[in-house]
Design a protein around this ligand. Structure first.
Ligand SMILES: *Cc1c(COP(=O)(O)O)cnc(C)c1O
Length: 426
């Protein structure tokens, strides 16, 4: 019998420690692992036997987290990384090469827009940004050098839900992998693999850990993509010189991407998650469903209250009946629209600055997905380098404040918002 989500978030990947019986997963704070003998060492280095060599590649605490997130997403395997941004580079790394491109949604986390529009060019990669509500435009952007399609399930800065089924159909038709950043939804609200995603990436920094203590990332592999079909993914289908000509797809089948991510990606790029961080994230995941239910419930109550407030121009929460994406919630995120949305204030830039300065319970920080409620005025912080047009396109215009609703008492959140809105508009 397959276990339910609440059971898996506590048990998947973990078993009592074989050495001590410890019930909780120990933090294996070790760099290296003693080989049984020289033959054992050789087999490990040839990938003929799976085991622990060196913690840049594999670590038992990190391995439990990998298995747990893979189970929650319904994937074949997973690779943990040092941050969400590391996960994105690690996801693209085996697929891309100089001159190759990724088709990316215009609605993405601000840091991802910068990573994709600027930094990946240093590798000779590029991104083409498209409005993913225009499915024909997504299909039209694909060319012979396209190697992946990338979007977020619940997209930043909140209130937008991507039609994953429609995007997956385009990706499938073109023989390309679909990568979905599921950070804002988490596998509790959305399971992208069930909608056709090839890879799912996470910033574990956010809801998975859930309390603002860790920087981490995960890539989950669905195990369903045929890397050998088109000849476009030689890192996975062709002989790997650094492993005596081993072909990852032929040898590891549905785990080809996962093994490549560890044996080549972590080995050579070194974007490794440390066991202490993996421990914090494992602790967070044990209560993921409970927290997400409260994030949903609070966001619904608070967004409904904000929508009626006289100082508020607009509220983008996809969980509101007024949202143009309300219908997609039932199909893509059946358990709810999450805790992230934006509001626009009638008083514009000045009112937003006063509003965030006067909040007492909400913190003004560059983070989201915490147990505590957070806000950010993007135009004066993360997006201040952008032109007014770029700010509008990113959903971060001067009058917009992004809100990440925590799991406190909704009445207290509303009282804090009310007093800060009054002061902002006086
Ligand atoms: C935070 C975030 C990232 C980046 O993750 P880090 O852990 O900060 O590197 C990527 N995507 C989304 C949707 C995020 O919220």
């Amino acid at each position: 019998m397959a276990y339910g989500f609440d059971t898996l978030q506590i048990h998947a990947g973990a078993r009592p420690d074989p050495a001590t019986g410890a019930r909780q997963t120990p933090i294996y704070q070790t760099t290296a692992y003693v080989f049984r003998d020289a033959d054992h060492a050789a087999a490990l280095f040839n990938l003929q036997e799976v085991g622990y060599i060196y913690s840049r590649l594999t670590n038992p605490t990190v391995a439990v987290l990998q298995e747990r997130v893979a189970a929650l997403e319904g994937g074949a395997g997973a690779v943990c990384c040092s941050s969400g941004h590391a996960a994105q580079i690690m996801a693209l790394f085996p697929l891309m090469g100089p001159g190759k491109n990724v088709i990316a949604s215009t609605r993405l986390y601000g840091g991802t827009v910068t990573q994709f529009s600027q930094t990946i060019r240093r590798f000779g990669w590029s991104a083409k940004f498209v409005d993913f509500d225009d499915i024909d435009a997504v299909a039209a952007a694909i060319d012979d050098d396209t190697r992946a399609i990338f979007c977020e399930s619940i997209a930043n800065p909140g209130g937008y839900i991507t039609d994953l089924d429609a995007v997956a159909e385009v990706a499938n038709g073109a023989g390309l992998p679909l990568i979905v950043d599921n950070t804002s939804a988490t596998p509790y609200l959305c399971r992208p693999i069930e909608h056709g995603a090839t890879l799912v990436v996470h910033s574990a920094t956010k809801y998975l850990t859930g309390n603002g203590t860790v920087t981490g990332g995960v890539i989950v592999d669905s195990g369903t993509f045929d890397w050998s079909a088109s000849g476009k993914f030689p890192s996975l289908s062709e002989p790997e010189p650094a492993y005596h000509g081993l072909k990852f797809h032929e040898t590891f089948g549905p785990l080809a991407f996962t093994f490549h991510g560890i044996a080549v990606g972590l080995r050579d790029l070194g974007m490794t998650l440390n066991p202490q961080a993996a421990h914090y994230t494992l602790m967070g995941i044990e209560t993921l469903s409970l927290r997400m239910e409260r994030h949903n419930e609070n966001a619904k109550i608070v967004s409904q209250w904000l929508e009626k407030n006289k100082h508020v121009d607009a509220v983008t929460y996809a969980g509101l009946p007024s949202s143009p994406y309300h219908d997609r919630v039932a199909r893509i995120c059946p358990k709810g629209a999450g805790g992230l949305f934006t509001i626009a204030l009638k008083g514009g830039y000045e009112a937003c600055v006063k509003f965030v300065d006067n909040l007492e319970l909400f913190s003004h920080v560059a983070n989201l997905g915490d147990t505590r409620s957070l806000v950010i005025h993007s135009a004066s912080t993360t997006h201040r380098q952008l032109s007014p047009e770029q700010q509008e396109a990113a959903g971060a215009g001067p009058s917009v404040v992004r809100i990440s609703i925590g799991i406190e008492n909704a009445d207290d959140l509303i009282a804090d918002l009310e007093q800060a809105l009054e002061k902002a508009h006086s």
